[in-house]
Write a new protein. Structure first.
Ligand code: HEM
Length: 459
C-alpha cells in the first residue's frame, strides 16, 4: 500500500482546482477580496446558507478560505454527492486541505477502490465482539467520570465532557494498560486536534500548527513502538484490533497504515462525540420533561444504580435514541461536508466542471422547514417510524451517507446511551431560567460559554 497523500497525488496527477472563471454561470457571490465569505460563514453558517439560498437558489457559488467552490443544499444534493453512484466526488481532495498534514491517509482521505479495501480491513474493529468490549470500558469510565462532577453548583459542561470523551478514548481505543505515557499522548492528540482547524496552516514555532506537528511526531513514534507487542497480545481495545487487522489476502496492515488509521479514528470520534453529547445534555436540561421520559425508559431496563449498561439492551432504548438523534439534527457535529469533483457533472441544470470544490450542508438540510416543520423546536418524536415514513433518506445526514458514511455510527449511539444511563440515573441536569447559550456552529458545534449547567443528585 502506498503512503501518498491527497495533496501529493493532486500535484502528481495535475488535478485542476477550478477558479472563479469555470463557475461564472453558477449564481452566487465571492465576497470580499482575499477573505471571500469566510467571516460570514464562521459567524453563522446556517444564516449565511439560508441567505445565499434565498438570493441564489439551492446551488450557489461561494468563496471561503481562499477558494471558489459550489455549495449544493438539500436532500437531493446530499444524495448525489454522498451516495455518489457515479464516483464523481473525491473525499480525499475535499478534506485534504484541512486534514492532510496531521491526519494523512485516514479513511476520509482515501477514495474509491483503495478506500473500499481499507474500510473493509478496519471494519473488523466494529463487529459485535470488539464493540462489547469497548462498552465495558465505556461503562466503567463514564460512571467514574460522572461521579467526579460537582453537584449543586454551576459547572461548565462542555470542557468536562470533552475531558471525559478523551479519557474514554484512552481506555476503549488504546487499552487501559497504556501506562504513564498516556498523559503525554492525550496532550499531543489535543494539540493535533487544535491544529487541524487552525487558521495559520504553516507549522511555525509557537503556533497551533507547530504544536500539532510536534504532537503528531510523538503519537506516530509511540504507536509505532507499540505495534509489535499489540500484534502478539490479546488486547481487545481498538488499537490492538487494528494491529491484528488484515487485508483480504490475510496479510497484516503495515505499521504506517495502523498508525494513520488509529490517529484518524481518534480524530473522527473525539470532537463529534463531545459536541453531540453536549447538544443532548443542553436539550435535556432545557426540556426536563424529556429527562423524565428517558429516565423512565432507562429504569425500565431493571438495572441497579452503577450497574453497567449491557450490550444486549442497547436496542431497547428507542426514546433515548430519538432524543440523541434530534439533538444532532439541530446541531450536526459535522455541519458541512466537502468533496472535490473528479470530472464534470450536472445538477439542477447547472454544469459544474471537474476540479471544483463542492460542499453539501447537513446543518442547512436539518433545518429545512418543508422537511422539519418548526425546525428550531426540539421534538424527538420526529424520529418515530410513523413520522419518518416518506421522508427523504438524505434529509437526515449527521453521519453522512454512501461509501464514507461514518464507520463509528454504532459506537456513537452506544456511547450516547451509556452516557444517558449513568448520567440520568444519578443526576437531574438543569439550567438557569431563560438561559440560552450562544453556539458556534462551525467547524464543529460548541457552546461559546462552555454550557453552564447545575447537576442535582437524584437520591
Ligand atoms: C456523534 C458522533 C459522530 C458523528 C456525528 C460522526 C459523523 C461522521 C460523518 C458525517 C462522517 C462522514 C464524512 C464524509 O462523508 O466526508 C464520518 C466519517 C467517519 N467517522 Fe464518524 N462521526 C461520529 C463518531 C465517530 C466515532 C465514535 C468514530 C470511531 C469510533 C467515527 C469514525 C469515523 C470514520 C472512520 C469515518 C470515515 C469513514 C470513511 O471515510 O469511510 N466517527 N463521521
Amino acid at each position: 500500500m502506498s503512503t501518498v497523500t491527497a495533496a501529493t497525488r493532486d500535484r502528481a496527477e495535475g488535478v485542476r482546482t477550478t477558479g472563479g472563471s469555470g463557475l461564472a454561470r453558477i449564481p452566487g457571490q465571492e465576497g470580499w477580496p482575499i477573505v471571500g465569505n469566510t467571516l460570514a460563514v464562521l459567524a453563522d453558517p446556517r444564516a449565511f446558507a439560508e441567505r445565499m439560498v434565498r438570493r441564489y437558489g439551492p446551488v450557489y457559488r461561494n468563496r471561503v478560505f481562499g477558494e471558489v467552490s459550489v455549495s449544493m443544499v438539500g436532500p437531493e444534493a446530499n444524495e448525489l454527492v454522498l451516495f455518489d453512484a457515479e464516483k464523481n466526488f473525491s473525499s480525499a481532495r475535499g478534506w485534504g486541505a484541512i486534514l492532510d498534514r496531521l491526519f494523512p491517509r485516514g479513511l476520509m482521505l482515501l477514495d474509491f477502490d483503495e478506500h473500499r479495501l481499507h474500510r473493509r480491513a478496519l471494519s473488523v474493529a466494529f463487529k459485535a465482539g470488539p464493540m462489547k468490549s469497548y462498552l465495558g470500558q465505556l461503562n466503567a469510565g463514564i460512571a467514574a467520570g460522572i461521579a467526579q462532577w460537582p453537584r449543586g453548583r454551576e459547572m461548565p459542561f462542555y470542557p468536562a465532557v470533552k475531558q471525559l470523551t478523551l479519557d474514554l478514548a484512552a481506555t476503549s481505543f488504546l487499552g487501559a494498560e497504556f501506562g504513564p505515557d498516556m498523559e503525554a499522548i492525550k496532550r499531543a492528540f489535543m494539540d493535533m486536534l487544535a491544529a487541524s482547524i487552525a487558521v495559520v496552516r504553516k507549522p511555525l514555532p509557537g503556533t497551533k500548527m507547530g504544536r500539532g506537528v510536534k504532537g503528531r511526531a510523538l503519537v506516530v513514534d509511540y504507536f509505532s513502538r507499540q505495534i509489535r507487542q499489540r500484534r502478539d497480545g490479546t488486547g481487545e481495545d481498538l488499537f490492538s484490533q487494528l494491529c491484528r487487522a488484515t487485508w483480504e489476502d490475510g496479510s497484516l496492515l503495515s505499521p504506517q497504515d495502523v498508525v494513520d488509521h488509529m490517529s484518524f479514528l481518534m480524530l473522527a470520534a473525539h470532537d463529534t462525540l463531545t459536541s453531540s453529547l453536549t447538544s443532548l445534555t443542553y436539550r435535556l436540561a432545557a426540556h426536563p420533561e424529556w429527562q423524565t421520559k428517558l429516565r423512565g425508559e432507562l429504569h425500565g431496563l431493571g438495572l441497579n444504580t452503577g450497574e453497567p449498561l449491557p450490550f444486549d439492551k442497547l436496542d431497547d432504548l428507542p426514546l433515548t435514541e430519538m432524543a440523541f438523534k434530534e439533538a444532532m439534527r439541530m446541531a450536526p457535529p459535522v455541519p458541512s461536508i466537502p468533496r472535490r469533483a473528479v470530472r464534470d457533472f450536472e445538477f439542477r441544470g447547472f454544469h459544474i466542471p471537474g476540479g471544483t470544490g463542492v460542499e453539501v450542508n447537513p446543518l442547512y438540510t436539518h433545518h429545512m422547514p418543508n422537511l422539519w416543520p418548526e425546525p428550531d423546536r426540539y421534538d424527538p418524536l420526529r424520529f418515530t417510524d410513523e413520522a419518518s415514513r416518506g421522508r427523504h433518506k438524505f434529509a437526515y445526514v449527521p453521519f453522512g451517507g454512501g461509501a464514507h458514511m461514518c464507520l463509528g455510527l454504532h459506537f456513537a449511539y452506544m456511547q450516547a446511551k451509556c452516557f444517558a444511563w449513568h448520567f440520568l440515573d444519578n443526576v437531574r441536569v438543569g439550567i438557569a431560567p431563560g438561559y440560552a447559550p450562544e453556539w458556534r456552529m462551525w467547524p464543529i458545534p460548541f457552546p461559546r460559554d462552555g454550557l453552564k449547567v447545575i447537576l442535582t443528585p437524584i437520591r
